[in-house]
Design a protein around this ligand. Structure first.
Ligand SMILES: [Zn+2]
Length: 128
């Protein structure tokens, strides 16, 4: 994390590159999971192919989560464009550069996210 120096001019190409890199990774994840899901859902195992259905059911939540992460990165790119990137959506303080370095799509500062580390990137609605 020490590679990120205190100079955090938001909109700096560094963040864009980091986000685009993550966006690409997330997109690949979404594509992979979606293909696996559709592949499993249409497994030619005869009527009521149980293994295919089970696999599809197992993959679906992962595909949904991957799409949500992709959307989070896209939102962050949007904030970069509007100049609000790096600001906590709750208290409007600057989000710690160290946190942005590991989770550039973070919406909240470590304090508002409720503790360092694990919950750095709060998911929107965890409804199911
Ligand atoms: Zn905050």
């Amino acid at each position: 994390m020490s590679a990120i120096h205190a100079d955090q001019r938001m909109g700096h190409p560094y963040w864009r590159e980091l986000l685009e890199d993550r966006w690409r990774g997330r997109l690949e994840e979404v594509i992979e999971l979606s293909l696996a899901y559709h592949g499993a859902a249409t497994t030619p195992g005869g009527p009521g192919s149980v293994p295919g259905q089970q696999e599809a059911r197992r993959l679906l939540p992962r595909a949904v989560a991957a799409r949500r992460k992709l959307a989070d990165v896209e939102d962050a790119l949007g904030r970069l464009a509007t100049g609000s990137f790096g600001r906590c959506e709750q208290c409007e303080a600057a989000i710690e550069p160290g946190l942005l370095a590991v989770a550039p799509e973070a919406r909240y500062c470590a304090r508002c996210a409720g503790g360092a580390g694990a919950a750095a990137v709060p998911v929107r609605a965890e409804n199911r």
